[in-house]
Design a protein around this ligand. Structure first.
Ligand code: HEM
Length: 211
């Protein structure tokens, strides 16, 4: 869980930082998108390194989900008789729901997101548009519902990340009675920075700062 989670967190940090380039205008953002396709050249042909990154990302998502399912099964087998107490435990309440349903929502969001901003299938600028055009037209105020969907999904990503980071800290044995609060705060701050960084772009397009 931790290794695949770390790969996905690194991707999110890089992706958020890259998205913020849209504040510097169409040329800068499109040049960055072009760089993603040409990185590795001339040693590697166009798009090869990007495809490697994409394969690693897909593998990380699949293995992350597989680990989650097998860990849940192992936990179930270790405790075949349910606890008599009705009180929801950490493993049966908010955190489990947010991780399971949040995770599924994020996967569905990524499918929509790729159809929207990568392939242009559900985007007004379409496949022929530049990455910047897809961004600017995709979050047009008339398509407020798209932005709303992004806001919900990105908040889900933030909640997923906050709990995931906290779990990883515990797994690594970092959480003690003294470090409990600072580590929880660190997980919340990292997640909040990512959420705000991701939401800045759709919101900026909505209010006309990016056009
Ligand atoms: C809400 C703000 C977001 C914006 C504005 C945004 C923007 C973009 C854009 C413009 C692309 C296409 C890049 C290109 O064609 O070169 C892209 C690709 C992608 N985005 Fe996002 N994104 C956002 C959030 C997310 C989140 C939260 C995730 C994951 C949970 C995500 C996952 C991806 C993936 C997997 C790709 C495909 C990368 C590839 O081609 O290899 N995005 N995004």
């Amino acid at each position: 869980m931790a290794v695949t989670g770390a790969i996905l967190v690194l991707f999110l940090v890089g992706h958020m930082a890259g998205n913020l380039k849209s504040f510097f205008g169409a040329e800068t953002f499109n040049a960055y998108a072009e760089f993603l396709r040409t990185m590795g050249e001339p040693i590697l042909p166009r798009r090869v390194l990007l495809t490697v990154v994409e394969v690693v990302l897909v593998a990380a998502v699949v293995l992350h989900m597989w680990s989650a399912i097998s860990l849940a099964r192992r936990a179930g087998k270790a405790r075949p008789v349910k606890y008599a107490a009705k009180r929801k435990s950490q493993a049966g309440g908010y955190a489990t729901h947010i991780m399971r349903w949040g995770g599924v929502t994020i996967v569905l969001f990524v499918v929509w997101h790729l159809l929207d901003l990568t392939f242009g299938v559900v985007n007004p600028a379409g496949w022929d548009g530049t990455p910047y055009e897809r961004l600017a037209q995709g979050f047009d105020p008339s398509r407020w519902w798209v932005t709303l969907f992004y806001v919900v999904a990105v908040v889900m990503v933030g909640l997923h990340l906050r709990h995931g980071l906290w779990s990883a800290f515990q797994t690594l044995g970092l959480a003690s009675s003294r470090s409990y609060r600072p580590l929880k705060a660190a997980a919340a701050v990292v997640s909040a920075v990512l959420v705000l960084g991701f939401l800045a772009v759709p919101v900026a397009v909505m209010i006309g700062v990016i056009k």
